[in-house]
Design a protein around this ligand. Structure first.
Ligand SMILES: Cc1cc2nc3c(=O)[nH]c(=O)nc-3n(C[C@H](O)[C@H](O)[C@H](O)COP(=O)(O)OP(=O)(O)OC[C@H]3O[C@@H](n4cnc5c(N)ncnc54)[C@H](O)[C@@H]3O)c2cc1C
Length: 714
């Protein structure tokens, strides 16, 4: 590719060189054109098609090579062919020429420049993706922007060629018409400057903003259509009514009240939602208890002997519920009331785009933020309705440890709970339908987790298709197709963790025409707005991440966009979303892994560091795991980091900050880390990268320099 680029560049430079060295450029002056106008005209009268053809080819060639003279050629075209034909010929010739110049610029310069300035171009390309056609239209319409410059600059962006062609042809028409028309009086023209008067330029500028005005009108019409049939109240009880008091709804309410908006929060069940009551908090408390049992069991490797741990499951659950109770005040009605939020504890249903029925009351709000979360999805296996099923919702009311637990689904929740219950003493079988645990992670990560679980006694069945649930007397069995065989796995409880489905029902959304995606989450734009511009959503209901910190990140956007969106609104940026699976060793990732980078066609380089190299990990007996960092080839810019290690979630933040603020591995390497910590491994990984990219030539020169200083070389 580089060779082809060099050849094309050489040809291009030669062609431009020949144009100037041969003196051809001297032909392209107003005086020459005026002097030879009658000769051109005579030739055209004799051979109209040939002259038109040659004119077309010369126009395309000059525009493609970005040679000066397009304006003069346009005048000549007007003089020779008249307004109608002149406009037709020149419109196509100039657009084809411009597109060729655009493609040449793209071929020669885009890749190297994008590589050199990746951050800047990412921003430009996002803008181009959104409004590229509008920008181009404006630039083309106002003929103060040089024609050739627009072609070259647009070639560096990711605008589609068809868009470039279509918009260019349309937007250049008025300007071309003016010049072609002026060409009719070529003989009388004294200078090019007189053709475009300030008034004409102002009219073009007005035409240029027309697309924006048109877009606003379209939005206004769409808005009116969306709200058709509903009567907007003349005034409102609240600036925002938030539905759902989980992570997303609480953060939305907090931000709304912090900026002094009048906010109501409606929660039908428990404040704190899933995270506090049935998700993150109880699961992490259970994981901690299970880890205590594991530590006792594995203590002899440090020379500390203890007997087999005695697990009092009721007390374990006591610890779990105590954790919830201790955190509850942070999410309580009292706290939020104190912040100025009016909290309603009831079911909410939307009766219009501005009205919410809460029990017997109807609240009105300028904006509504939906944050109703998600619930565990239970697969429709034959016989499942009669089986003792556990989900993340009812799991926490168990009082006895299940002896035989089958966990269906090997995602984050399934893996975390499998390991914990196995550590607490259950016999756990983990059944996963695909060929890998933690399917979104790289294969080696899934394999690592599988090894860790298997070593702790979990029976892992991958590529196992659950077929049905059977009961024989008191015995419950899951029937599974595994490696072509039909197997049965007996269980006391079947813990289902196959994904979560958004809570969209019972909210009155159908009547408002608010639709869902294939994943079952709400259909939203990048600003988290539904088709009704005053109704927003965040959290698990919005997807695509079903994580507490993703919910909080979205909640900020929903609140700020709702309250201030008319002035400035923000699209949600998910590029630096960290995620942790709390198995031991933990799996923590931010940004791209190899699987995603490959799927997206992003070029990357991998740097690895084994935890067995870390002094602290050795001292801790926690040498399992690794760090894998993806960088832009030849650069230290981080595309993503995966850590499989003890407490990985605690030190993933270093990579998240680095990525978010554009700090490369060189900067991590240049930062002092306390010794000995596990987090030091981040710096060590940067060291591995640096070692692979050391300036060999300079080092060779240095070696010679030192030899010379020692007097060993002349
Ligand atoms: C076992 C488990 C472990 C998890 N671990 C983690 C973890 O370690 N880290 C992490 O980041 N995430 C974790 N999650 C995910 C996390 O819990 C969710 O992403 C987060 O709780 C989503 O918050 P939310 O506000 O969108 O929804 P929710 O917390 O579900 O809140 C929605 C609220 O809306 C209420 N509601 C619904 N409909 C109505 C209505 N019509 N009227 C009034 N109220 C209504 C519900 O009662 C609920 O309280 C875990 C989840 C589970 C199940």
């Amino acid at each position: 590719m580089t060779r082809q680029r060099l050849i094309i560049a050489a040809l291009l430079i030669t062609a431009i060189g020949v144009f100037f060295v041969s003196g051809a450029h001297q032909w392209f002056t107003l005086e020459t054109f005026k002097a030879y106008q009658s000769d051109f005209q005579a030739a055209f009268n004799q051979h109209p098609w040939q002259v038109a053809g040659i004119f077309f080819a010369v126009y395309v060639g000059m525009s493609a090579l970005s040679l000066p003279g397009a304006t003069l050629l346009t005048l000549l075209g007007g003089a020779l062919f008249g307004l109608g034909w002149g406009l037709l010929i020149i419109s196509f010739a100039s657009t084809i020429g411009a597109t060729l110049a655009f493609l040449l610029s793209r071929f020669l310069f885009r890749q190297p420049i994008e590589k050199r300035f990746p951050n800047q171009f990412e921003v430009v390309n996002r803008g181009v993706e959104r409004d590229g056609a509008f920008y181009l239209f404006m630039l083309r319409l106002v003929p103060v922007f040089p024609f050739f410059m627009i072609n070259l600059v647009m070639g560096l962006t990711r605008i589609k060629t068809v868009t470039f062609y279509g918009v260019s042809q349309l937007a250049m028409l008025p300007g071309t018409a003016v010049f072609v028309n002026a060409g009719g009086q070529l003989g009388e023209l004294e200078s090019l400057g007189g053709i475009v008067s300030p008034t004409l330029l102002a009219s073009f500028a007005l035409l240029a903003v027309f697309p924006w005005i048109a877009r606003r009108i379209v939005l206004l019409v769409q808005r009116r259509k969306a709200y058709q049939g509903f009567i907007r109240p003349t005034h409102f009880d609240y600036d925002i009514v938030v539905i759902g008091g989980g992570s997303a709804g609480l953060v939305t309410s907090y931000i709304g009240s912090a900026v002094k908006a009048k906010v109501a929060l409606v929660e039908k069940h428990k404040m704190g939602g899933d995270c506090l009551n049935t998700g993150c908090v109880p699961s992490k408390a259970l994981i901690r208890a299970a880890r205590a049992a594991h530590e006792i069991r594995t203590a002899p490797r440090f020379g500390v002997t203890a007997s087999e741990p005695q697990v009092d499951f009721a007390k374990v659950m006591g610890h779990v519920h105590q954790a919830i109770t201790d955190i509850e005040p942070h999410d309580s009605v009292e706290r939020y009331s104190g912040l100025g939020v009016t909290v309603y504890q009831d079911h909410a249903t939307l009766t219009s785009p501005w009205e919410i029925k809460v029990g017997e009351k109807t609240l009105t709000a300028r904006h509504i933020v939906l944050a109703t979360g998600a619930r565990p999805r239970v697969p429709s296996l034959p016989g499942i309705e009669h089986a003792p099923i556990l989900t993340s919702e009812n799991l926490w009311s168990l009082t006895e440890l299940p002896k035989r637990l089958v966990v269906l689904g090997g995602g984050s929740i399934g893996c975390e709970l499998s390991q914990s219950f196995a550590r607490l003493g259950s016999h756990v079988t983990l059944v996963e339908g695909t060929a890998q645990l933690l399917g979104r992670e790289d294969t080696e990560v899934g394999e690592h987790v599988e090894r860790a679980l298997s070593q702790e006694g979990v029976t892992v069945m991958k590529s196992a298709n659950a077929l049905e649930v059977c009961q024989h007397g008191q015995e419950h069995q899951l029937v599974v197709e595994h490696n072509g065989e039909r197997l049965t796995v007996e269980f006391d409880y079947l813990l289902v963790s196959v994904g979560r489905q958004a809570n969209v029902e019972g909210l009155g959304l159908e009547a408002l025409g608010i639709t869902t995606t294939q994943a079952g989450t709400l259909e939203l734009n990048k600003r988290l707005q539904t088709r009704l511009p005053n109704i927003w959503a965040c959290g698990d209901l919005a997807g695509p991440f079903q994580l507490t910190h993703a919910a909080a990140h979205q909640a900020w956007h929903a609140a700020v966009n709702a309250l201030f969106g008319e002035l400035k609104s923000f699209a949600v940026d998910y590029r630096f979303m960290p995620a942790v699976t709390y198995v031991q060793p933990e799996v923590a990732r931010v940004g791209l892994n190899e699987k995603e980078a490959t799927a997206k066609g992003v070029a990357f380089e991998v740097t690895r560091y084994a935890m067995s190299e870390s002094d602290r990990a050795i001292a801790e007996g926690a040498t399992e795991g690794f760090i894998k960092v993806l960088t832009v080839p030849g650069k230290d810019k981080i595309l993503g980091a995966t850590i499989v290690a003890e407490n990985a979630g605690e030190w993933l933040g270093e990579f998240t900050i680095a990525m978010k603020h554009g700090l490369g591995l060189n900067k991590l390497l240049g930062t002092i880390h306390p010794y000995p910590t596990l987090g030091e491994a981040a710096k060590a990984t940067a060291g591995v990268w640096k070692n692979a990219h050391k300036p060999e030539r300079i080092l060779r020169l240095l070696a010679r320099y030192f030899r010379w200083r020692r007097g060993n070389e002349k």
